[in-house]
Write a protein that binds this ligand. Structure first.
Ligand code: BTN
Length: 247
């Protein structure tokens, strides 16, 4: 099985590195482990149809192709858990303690440092491959009103973008020996690393309005489980938002 990063293509400018891999896939021209890295994306994609904006040349914006995922659609959240943990471990190598803001934003304290966009290719109800896109703020220092941070802001000095990528690749390859992306203790580790896990925090849901509760767990289907009013309630992404601390 190829290692992730066995082939790295660096582009100056592209619409989206996820789209670039999707096009290579259509042409039958991409193999497991291919990484596409771009200095600039002019139509970078975020989650739920959002735009991913990053200052050109200052951040790590890349996608990787994972062939042979071998999971059913119902198990797709495992990929999210796995990649989130890889990012947290890679940041740890730079002395940065990242937390996972459910489902898959990486936060440092109350600010976003990285986002993940996973696009799966299905055959029936099986995931046959995944395009995993990652935007990680490295040397950007100004984010306007958005609560975001970068490796540079956290450490107080700039970091080589390629060095950050190499660390990410080492971690992902270490954690996925033989191309198997599922580790037995993955889920428990994911929950332990959740932003606000166990703390009394404020949320707003479509049905409950604003409420306070404690994050307890995440279901196999990726739903967030929050303890409130002596019970446990489950929410999917469309139903709930975190109310920022100090809001
Ligand atoms: C999010 O937090 O909304 C997800 C952000 C994912 C951004 C990355 S940047 C590289 C890859 N290409 C894209 O178009 N999006 C992902």
């Amino acid at each position: 099985m190829n290692q992730i990063g066995c082939r790295i293509i660096q582009l100056e400018s592209v619409d989206s590195t996820n789209n670039y891999i999707a096009n290579l896939l259509k042409q039958g021209n991409v193999t497991h482990g291919t990484v596409i890295l771009a200095d600039e994306q002019f139509e970078g994609k975020g989650q739920r149809g959002a735009v991913w904006q990053a200052e050109p040349g200052k951040n790590l914006t890349f996608s990787l192709f994972w062939q042979g995922v071998n999971l059913s659609v119902e198990e797709q959240f495992m990929i999210t858990e796995f990649i989130s943990l890889v990012l947290v471990e890679a940041l740890g190598r730079f002395g940065i303690e990242g937390k996972i803001k459910w489902p898959n934003d990486i936060y440092v304290n109350d600010k976003k440092i990285a986002g993940i966009l996973i696009e799966n290719q299905l055959q029936g109800s099986q995931i046959i491959s995944s395009i995993i896109g990652i935007g990680l703020n490295v040397n950007q220092k100004i984010f306007g009103d958005y609560p975001a941070t970068s490796i540079s802001l956290e450490k107080g000095s700039d970091e080589s973008i390629l060095h950050v990528l190499m660390n990410f690749l080492e971690v992902i390859n270490d954690r996925s020996r033989n191309g198997v992306l599922i580790e037995s203790d993955r889920h428990d580790e994911y929950v332990k690393k959740l932003y606000l896990e166990g703390e009394l925090a404020e949320f707003e849901s479509t049905n409950n309005g604003c409420f306070k509760g404690r994050i307890k767990d995440v279901g196999k289907d990726g739903k967030l489980q929050i303890a409130l009013d002596g019970g446990l309630r489950e929410f999917d992404l469309k139903e709930i938002r975190f109310i920022p601390r100090n809001a």
